[in-house]
Ligand binder design. Structure first.
Ligand SMILES: Cc1cc2nc3c(=O)[nH]c(=O)nc-3n(C[C@H](O)[C@H](O)[C@H](O)COP(=O)(O)OP(=O)(O)OC[C@H]3O[C@@H](n4cnc5c(N)ncnc54)[C@H](O)[C@@H]3O)c2cc1C
Length: 414
């Protein structure tokens, strides 16, 4: 049965959802505050989105994998920096390639695809008044507007699940050309390359497919507020931020300087800075009229970028929602359906992804630290550890229990 459904927000979660609903035969209207051309030409990316293999397979299911194997990180390369020197290092292969395509390219292309497949696109910034009108005209209204402030007011923060009430990191993301990854000491393969400074935060590199079709790199600083890495607040341009990033490497990670000393900003809008608290919201938003709407993607769960889980979680949440819409047949999309739909995702994926990601914001707990240290010495353990980023449920329960962690490690004893 065809249902009348509205999606607010043409980011990756909203677009996969809207296209998936069209494929199920529903009448879908997508409300976006930007056109495909705005996405491509006028804005910075909303985030980064290192897509793990399982998420890429979901995109493929809806015929949205236009970029094949463009650019891929083969795995994760994590260095613990201690006393100003590179310390233990874990290099492991992921379950499949980790892909990062510029969200500006992805979303603009998918917006065109949405219309080609018969969806109705409305370019409009949806404020509360419009949301009321949209909810009144549709059987189901899905809000995938990212971390937009208004949507945060519509969906109450879940204090128990959210854990944090303030940003844990000050974030700077730079898209840069001129990085020669083969000059990273001990280069094995293109990787999501973390440098962990236990007191200061982290910075990491990830190969990136830029909207112009060029391969480049993204560099992300995750600074503990007020610490020596928290340097980007005063930057007024991306070029300035790149110089600050380079200076940080020069001073605190000089072994990486040869690989990046010629780096330059990719495009004027190719950078971001700021911070937000990781947040889980209630799955039912009640509007002043009493109408209800449900959140998706970052609107429902906003992750700190530290573990590269936010976008992946949004894709899995979208797949879950699509399955639940289909299973609902012609029954109403009521409060119970919205709650059950979110709970299903929370139980199957969201809780583990969020909990694992939050653990990376804290000093490593003993069980997790013991596995990371073992992985730094043993490739099989490293490959196994890194492959679990794809489906974070597989980190539990041993990640939280020293005895279970030791049992887990015993499997690799020869
Ligand atoms: C620095 C950084 C690095 C990251 N790294 C990773 C990573 O490696 N792996 C990973 O999986 N995730 C990562 N993430 C997270 C990932 O980028 C996000 O989770 C994901 O892009 C969110 O997608 P979304 O569709 O939910 O929201 P968004 O991408 O924010 O899209 C929301 C859309 O809604 C539109 N909108 C907003 N308000 C309105 C309105 N009122 N009316 C109409 N439209 C509206 C916006 O313009 C936008 O187009 C990272 C994030 C950051 C910031």
């Amino acid at each position: 049965m065809s249902r009348k459904i509205a999606v607010i927000g043409a980011g990756q979660a909203g677009l996969i959802c809207a296209i998936g609903l069209l494929d199920q035969g529903h009448e879908v209207t997508l409300y976006s505050d930007r056109t495909a051309s705005n996405w491509l030409n006028d804005v910075p990316p909303t985030g980064l989105n290192g897509i793990q293999h399982a998420s890429a397979q979901i995109e493929r299911r809806y015929g949205l994998d236009y970029w094949g194997s463009e650019p891929e990180a083969v795995g994760i390369d994590l260095t613990l920096v201690a006393d100003g020197q590179p310390g233990p290092r874990l290099i492991g292969r992921a379950a499949g390639p980790i892909q990062v395509v510029d969200l500006r390219l992805k979303c603009s292309r998918w917006m065109e695809e949405f219309e080609t497949r018969g969806g109705t696109l409305v370019i409009q910034s949806v404020e509360l008044e419009q949301l009321e009108a949209i909810a009144a005209q549709h059987e189901l209204t899905i809000v995938a507007a990212g971390k937009a402030k208004l949507m945060g007011e519509v969906f109450q923060r879940d204090p128990e699940r959210s854990v944090y009430d303030r940003p844990q990191r000050r974030i700077a993301m730079l898209l840069v050309k001129g990085v020669d990854d083969r000059k990273f000491p001990g280069f094995k393969f293109p990787a999501l390359k973390f440098n962990l400074f236990p007191e200061w935060g982290e910075y990491f590199w990830l190969p990136y497919f830029h909207k112009t079709g060029q391969r480049c790199y993204s560099m992300i600083f995750e600074a503990k507020p007020g610490g020596p890495m928290d340097l980007f607040d005063d930057c007024r341009s991306g070029a300035e931020a790149v110089e600050v990033g380079k200076q940080f490497v020069r001073q605190h990670a000089p072994w990486e300087l040869e690989a990046c000393e010629n780096m330059e900003l990719m495009d004027e809008m190719g950078w971001l800075k700021g911070g937000f608290p990781p947040t889980v919201r209630h799955p039912v938003g009640r509007l002043p009229s009493g109408a209800i709407v449900t959140p998706l993607g970052d609107t429902a769960m906003a992750f700190d970028p530290v573990g590269g889980q936010g976008g992946n979680n949004g894709i899995h949440m979208t797949q879950n929602l699509l399955e639940q819409v289909q299973a609902n047949g012609d029954a109403p999309f009521d409060e119970q359906w919205m709650t059950n739909t979110f709970e299903r995702h929370w139980q199957n994926f969201g809780r583990a992804a969020y909990s694992f990601n939050n653990k990376l914001l804290e000093p490593l707990e003993p069980a997790l630290a013991s596995v990371v240290m073992a992985a730094a010495k043993n490739t099989a353990i490293a490959d196994d550890f890194v492959s679990r980023f794809d489906s974070p449920n597989r980190f539990f329960p041993w990640i939280e229990d020293m005895e279970l962690a030791q049992q887990h490690l015993a499997q690799f004893a020869s």
